[in-house]
Design a protein around this ligand. Structure first.
Ligand SMILES: [Zn+2]
Length: 191
């Protein structure tokens, strides 16, 4: 990340840690892709701004109507770069470029026949992702899934290497405690 961008981000968010952001980003991307494949609307909602969520909700609804499912899996996050920062409409916006390799295909919901893409061959995707936070919100940094050893809901000890399900309160744990949300997500290249 360029020093100028870094200074501007730190001015807006004194808790910003570049390394934590990248780890957090990676977790969020993996979880979003999973939510997308499973059509888990609630999970998607917790990482996206209302504007983006409405677009994704429409796309998912459209696929359901056409009896089509988009499966994305086996994701390798190759590279995450912060390429820009701006403050606009009372939002702090961090622009990133994210390179992934993943399995990405469409199948029929009824017959599971592959309609487009491959179940075997990975594709390379480069995304432009913009994360935003309300300017007035005080940042508390990026708590990542890996850093948790107690359940955020009930406080019971958990081992997330074994499971992301809390045995005690029976909740699934998605630990993205951050005030940043994804506001824009666009594919730059797809090979
Ligand atoms: Zn719990």
């Amino acid at each position: 990340m360029n020093e100028n961008i870094k200074l501007n981000i730190l001015k807006a968010d004194s808790q910003f840690e570049e390394k934590d952001f990248y780890i957090w980003c990676q977790d969020v991307i993996l979880e979003i892709e999973e939510a997308w494949s499973c059509k888990d609307i609630d999970l998607l909602k917790s990482y996206e701004t209302k504007e983006l969520f409405i677009i994704h909700q429409e796309q998912l609804k459209n696929m359901v109507e056409r009896h089509v499912q988009n499966i994305v899996k086996d994701i390798d996050v190759k590279k995450i770069d912060i390429v820009g920062y701006e403050s606009k409409n009372d939002m702090d916006c961090i622009e990133t470029h994210v390179e992934l390799a993943l399995i990405d295909y469409y199948q029929s919901l009824d017959s599971h026949e592959i309609l487009q893409g491959s179940q075997i061959k990975k594709r390379s995707v480069k995304y432009r992702i913009v994360f935003v936070k309300d300017r007035n919100m005080v940042s508390n940094g990026f708590q990542t899934l890996r850093s948790l050893n107690v359940c955020p809901y009930c406080g019971a000890p958990i081992d997330l290497k074994k499971s992301n399900h809390c045995e005690y309160c029976q909740r699934d744990i998605h630990a993205r405690q951050s005030c940043y949300k994804i506001n824009e997500l666009e594919i730059l290249t797809l090979i």
